[in-house]
Design a binder for this molecule. Structure first.
Ligand code: EPZ
Length: 418
């Protein structure tokens, strides 16, 4: 296992390129199971979860090749089983459920289990697929699904679930008849999936709204498609400019998809502007505290909660953070406290009081976005911060030490026992 060693106190200056979106690439990769043909994907991020997904697609019977941010997938003779040893490392594996049922009428997917940030059940996925004609049994830690041919249904989610919307969208494009998804997730990654499926011949309308209508077709052809930029990676780098008092240019930063984040960061005192070269983020004044409540899109994304909390730790005044999506997404708090942060948790709310400075310390990453929060804190802390177990970070950030190092950060990767 590796760690990152960070010497804090450098104002970051320069340009950082944003990679393709992990959370758009994952469902799109699973959607290739649906195709009678080859998908050629571009702007695919080089991340652990992407490699895990390509390995799983290979196990399921797809021919996969990938190099230099491209991937080529062609489904062959499909097998129904997604094994536990792969699924346990990546919850998004449950996204093979809808495509497998749509293509071969059966699926055996290991229950993903919980993770550091919460129980993360898949009841909404199963309920919607049952309305489309699937039957499920749970045995030995596996979800076993079967169906003759899926048929259209009217599905209303109990909450706007991103994965649930994506699974049902993929199931519906080959189902018999029309499907209406209500209270659907509006996230940009859902929209990117819908655009990919439409490029393959699917009939979808309403993506990006809470009502999506799909008319099933008999088959889908291959296509070439470029994945959207990663708004959470981009938001993390905007936060890096803020916490270091720096000046960063992000040429391919998605601006509209980050409006809720940009509103809060500018409310804290950052200057974030659109220029012909990209989005520029500067901070040349003390940050001010602000209140944040995480919400489904277009609200403030839960995937940016840990990152903005790092900025709040050094802001003037107090900040309130309410995490309304996941029940245990404050794992970064005790690690930030080891660096001198003043954060008090009460249920789903954290009260942050800004301190004059953070002190570098050895800290432990617990999940993907908590790791990013600790890196941000280390960039601003006095002294040396060692972020351990950064395999969490590698799931969602490509070579973050190279990207931050290129704009001045004193950061390096080392073996954990170094
Ligand atoms: C996706 O997870 C993202 N992952 C998460 O990003 C992100 O935090 C989350 O959406 C919310 O935006 C990917 O896209 C691969 P949900 P997902 O279903 O689909 C509850 C990251 O850091 N729920 O929208 O699993 C659930 O417990 C990751 O990149 C049910 O109760 O999230 C949660 O409280 C972390 N039953 C809420 O809904 C269900 O059947 C939202 O979950 C499904 C969800």
């Amino acid at each position: 296992m590796d760690k990152l060693i960070i010497e804090g106190g450098v104002r970051l200056q320069g340009t950082i390129d944003v990679n393709g979106s992990k959370n758009a690439a994952l469902p799109i990769l699973f959607a290739t199971i649906l195709l009678d043909g080859t998908a050629r994907l571009e702007n695919v991020p080089d991340l652990r979860d992407i490699h895990t997904t390509l390995h799983l697609l290979d196990v399921l019977g797809c021919a996969c090749a990938c190099a230099a941010h491209r991937a080529e997938i062609r489904p062959g003779q499909l097998h129904p089983e997604a094994p536990y040893d792969l699924v346990k490392t990546m919850r998004a594996s449950v996204l093979c459920l809808g495509p497998l049922l749509a293509r071969i009428g059966q699926a055996r997917v290991a229950l993903p289990g919980g993770c550091a940030i919460g129980a993360r059940p898949v009841d909404q996925h199963l309920k919607g697929l049952e309305l489309m004609g699937a039957h499920f049994e749970l045995a030995e830690g596996y979800i076993m699904g079967s169906c003759r041919r899926l048929h259209g249904a009217h599905v209303t989610f109990d909450m706007p679930t991103v994965g649930g919307t994506e699974n049902l969208l993929m199931a519906a494009v080959l189902a018999e008849g029309e499907t209406l998804l209500e209270n659907a997730a509006r996230e940009p990654e859902v929209v990117d999936l819908a655009r990919f499926l439409r490029a393959c011949g699917a009939q979808i309308e309403g993506e990006g709204s809470s009502s999506i209508r799909i008319r099933g077709v008999s088959s889908l052809h291959g296509t070439t498609y470029s994945i959207m930029p990663d708004r959470i990676e981009a938001g993390t780098f905007l936060a890096a400019a803020g916490i270091t008092g720096g000046d960063l240019l992000l040429p391919n930063c998605p601006y509209e998809e980050l409006e809720a984040v940009i509103l809060k960061l500018t409310g804290m005192g950052m200057e974030i502007s659109r220029t012909p070269e990209g989005v520029r983020a500067r901070c040349d004044r003390p940050l001010r505290g602000i209140d944040v409540k995480t919400q489904p899109y277009p609200g403030f994304p839960t995937d940016m909660q840990a990152q903005i909390m790092a900025l709040m730790c050094l802001a003037e005044g107090a900040s309130m953070v309410e995490e309304s999506i996941f029940e245990n997404r404050f794992m970064h708090v005790q690690e930030l406290a080891r660096m001198g942060a003043d954060v008090r948790i009460s249920g789903h709310t954290a009260m942050v009081r800004g301190v004059d400075h953070l002190i570098g310390a050895p800290v432990m990453a617990s999940d993907l976005r908590a790791s990013a929060s600790l890196v941000l804190a280390g960039l601003a802390a006095r002294g040396t911060t060692q972020v351990q177990r950064i395999y969490h970070l590698d799931r969602g950030y490509e070579r973050i030490e190279d990207k931050l190092g290129a704009v001045g950060a004193r950061i390096r990767r080392a073996p954990e026992n170094a």
